[in-house]
Design a protein around this ligand. Structure first.
Ligand code: 23J
Ligand code: MN
Length: 260
């Protein structure tokens, strides 16, 4: 059978399931807060134009505004200074291939539950590989932490020092980029970096190494518990914003299901 006909029937008969990995884009979700000397992202705002009323008797629609890095969103290489001179580094010029690609999922739920400041290390990744095989080049790698099931203050988890959320250390992300040639790195937290990542060397190592090597980021993912460690694919196509550094998007996983 033709390959896409097979895919279509697999989607119909449940051999492949679609799973939503997206948080609802809402004013209720926290927006990243930068130190006061820096510019700030707009929060998500949704303002009604009409809803079958005097402003539009037969139609409902809204105006929306938000920063590029709000909600479940995509980071393009141009987002970081290390990726500023790379070709096709913006969401409108990037290749299509990263938008539909396989994903490896590293489960750090227990570690993140025990310690909000959990740091994913090269050793954790090597232990995952001992169980599931070497991470193939061109894969997304998702760090599953359970963070996507949190909301409000618990999700941002801020104190006087800033955010306390799990993330990769510099060596781990460098390993994934340089020795595994991943396509990108995804997290359930507000950024691809550790909450206290500004204090690492280099600061924000995930942003630094990923984008400097032309790799991509996804953050504020949810529902990663539905994904197997290997064998799933994700569809993640950012908005085609002119010279955009990133964008909110719908992230959908294709998960091999079959009769269970
Ligand atoms: C701007 C500056 C620093 C960071 C970020 C944005 C993000 O986390 C982001 O959404 O890419 S760390
Ligand atoms: Mn971002």
């Amino acid at each position: 059978m033709d390959i896409l006909t097979r895919l279509a029937s697999s989607l119909t008969d449940g051999a492949v399931r679609l799973v939503d990995l997206t948080r609802t884009l809402s004013p209720d979700d926290p927006t990243i807060i930068m130190p006061p000397e820096f510019g700030q992202s707009w929060p998500v705002k949704i303002e009604r134009i009409s809803r079958y009323d005097g402003n539009g008797p037969a139609w409902y629609w809204n105006n929306i505004s938000f920063g590029e890095h709000t909600g479940t969103h995509f980071d393009a290489p141009v987002h970081w200074v290390t990726g500023r001179d790379l070709p096709n580094n913006t969401v409108d010029t990037m290749p299509l291939a990263p938008m539909l690609a396989p994903v490896c999922v590293i489960d750090c739920t227990a570690e993140a539950e025990a310690d909000a400041d959990f740091l994913l290390t090269r050793d954790h990744i090597l232990a995952w590989e001992a169980q599931h095989g070497k991470i193939p080049a061109g894969n997304w790698v998702f760090m599953r932490t359970g963070w996507g099931n949190k909301t409000g203050a618990a999700y941002a988890n801020l104190d006087a020092e800033g955010a306390h959320t799990p993330g990769p250390d510099a060596d781990a992300i460098r390993f994934l980029v340089e020795e595994r040639d991943i396509l990108g790195f995804g997290t359930e937290t507000i950024g691809t970096d550790w909450g206290q990542g500004g204090h690492l060397t280099p600061p924000f190592p995930a942003h630094h190494y990923l984008h400097g090597a032309g790799k991509y980021g996804l953050q504020c993912l949810t529902g990663l518990e539905a994904l197997p460690p290997t064998g799933a694919m994700i569809l993640a196509a950012p908005l085609k914003i002119l010279a955009g550094s990133g964008s909110p998007l719908r992230v959908v996983a294709l998960v091999p299901g079959g009769p269970d």
